[in-house]
Design a protein around this ligand. Sequence first.
Ligand code: BGC
Length: 744
Amino acid sequence: MRPGAKMDSRKIEKEIDKIMKKLTLDEKLAMIHGATLFKSGAVERLGIPGISTSDGPMGVRAEFMGDRWIPAGNNDDMVSYLPSNSALASTWNTVLAHDMGHVLGAEARGRGKDMILAPGINIKRDPRCGRNFEYMSEDPKLTATLAAPFVQGIQENDVAACVKHFAVNCQETDRLMVDEEIDDRTLYEVYLPAFKAAVQEGNAYSVMGAYNKINGQHCCESKNLLDLILRHEWGYDGVVISDWGGVHKTREAAECSMDLEMSVFPDFENYKFANPLKECIQKGEVSEDRIDAKVRNLLRMMYRLKMLGKQKENRKTGAYNAPEHREAILRTAEESMILLKNEKNTLPLNRKKIKKLVVVGQNAAKIHSDGGGSAEIKALYEICPLMGLKMYLGGNVQVEYVKGYHVPDKPKTFEQNWQAASLDELENTTVGQAVRDEEHTEENHRKGEEERLARIEEEKAEIHEKNEKLFAQALEAVKDADAVIFVGGLNHDIDSEGFDRSDMKLPYEQDILIEELLKVREDMIVALIGGAPVEMPWRNKAQTILWSYYAGMETGNAFARIIFGEVNPSGKLAETFPVQYEDCATGQNGQFGKWGSIKLEEGLYYGYRHFDRQRIAPAFCFGHGLSYTSFEYSGLSMIAEKGKNVKLTFTVKNTGKRAGAEIAQVYVAPISPQADRPVKELKAYAKIELAPGKSRKVSLTLTQEDFAYFDVHLHDFIADAGDYEILVGASCQDIRLKGIATLE
Ligand code: BGC
């Protein structure tokens, strides 16, 4: 075979037929469940290897012991630390999405993995969801357009992407059991499109079934989700793998398209797809054909990954920690940071005018890569903002750092892994990765939650006591500085898998400190790092606000280059930043973060769709982000071809003095809709780099699908004839051009 050549699918199916004839029932069963915590069973007799998987979305996770949820403690598994998906999404750059996927895939293959448990593409329904930092956006279109190239990028390395968590995995509270009641229209319009794109356009080789239930049924056992939607409607022929411990009922899971059961417990023979399933087959309760279908899906993926047969020799080798990975990571980090406010053009700072720079705040000097849950990694290095600033400025500028506020010490996750804790302390059901079903009692929930809240209260007292001195120090330090940068926000003690945030406020009394500091230094640059929106009650007093998600190993370099104008910020918000939590749809309906069950009663109206409809002004709207230059939009023209696409063109001009990039967004607003529809929805966008004074004509195409909604009676998307307003803008509120497209 030519290097890089792929086996054609007919040939693959023939090869699979041959193998199927040779496999015994025990061998087939071994293949469909974990043989170690991160690897499925092999059939050595026939040269079929186990599938080696690894987390996760921000880099390849450290090696774990095979039968204990404890890192192996090696020194050869440090890796490139990639920007989180929330950061990536803020670039609105599909090329970078591909590049980050490629880096992740190459690192995974370099570490000998067959499947990387990424990307996480759940829709951000509520800003308090603990795992939002791992996800891309509140918007299905933006998520879909980034997920597909990300998946392709991974898989170019002969590694399977594992798109997770399918589906509607939108809260961490009670994540193993919570039942999410959702109507079909909301499911199809909001929570499924990104998965559909990852499967159909990205051609994802694997999908991870989510922990939660949808309408009474666990996702990993759902015929509707896995058989009807994924396989039948979308034509998927890849692998479905369970989230770790997501399978509860042997027969149900066996009888639907769940192919590979993984879990967090080391008693592999008791996995549902091991002895319990064997018993079911022997009793005639489950037909062996079901197992064959699963094995076929696994073998098909193995052929696609060149894990079997002659093509093994041609399999890509990958590489971890390659220098070019770090370059791509730096570029992504730079494009991900979002300038929320810059009223007096305080930014960029002029390095020549600064002799003394004072940096306040714990996130200036904090490392984030080692936390967050299964997304934690052992980074080769991580440049924090303070180091980035110092590296940029060199020795002739005095950079003074003060902590500003107290952050209680937490054990490093490598020392005391919370996933390990969930195994050892089964009563700890709040933050556990998975618990045995029998431990999942109302009382255990309550106890776990009470303990967590009690710990938070204790910490608050500790913080308050220590802050008095730290605040005074900070207020003193900033007085005679030439420039002051506050770097605060959240961290992975708060943005984490396993629990949700209890509110949207900045922790550690940062709001008080920021207010105080702004009184003495109104020119203070407020920079925040976090995984999800926070309330900023002082936002009208601050002149400059810069937001960054967890942006990877080069965070500090990107940060310094933006602060000093080496790079012009071009990130835009991929989610709404509300003034206060109560303004959100879920803040109003209370259907978030509850145990037992939640009802997605807001339907389509969450995020900007809710703020638009209720006419509530957010602090910073979806799509918002400033630049050091300015852009002008002009000349929108549209051609609607009957029954076909609408082609639109417009011109964007850089009217400022610096090169920069603009993200032009296209929203479709039905004028007299025949069904209930959001005021407007994002349907296309383009990121345009422009030298000062230059302009470019942008051409974008809207398909029929972009005008459609899901009709539950027809069980299909339909686009009604009529007029639609086409809104082109710099954010969802800053609309610069309008036109009308008529669908016949
Ligand atoms: C998480 C998954 C992760 C898996 C393996 C689960 O708790 O939900 O995202 O891939 O663990 O660590």
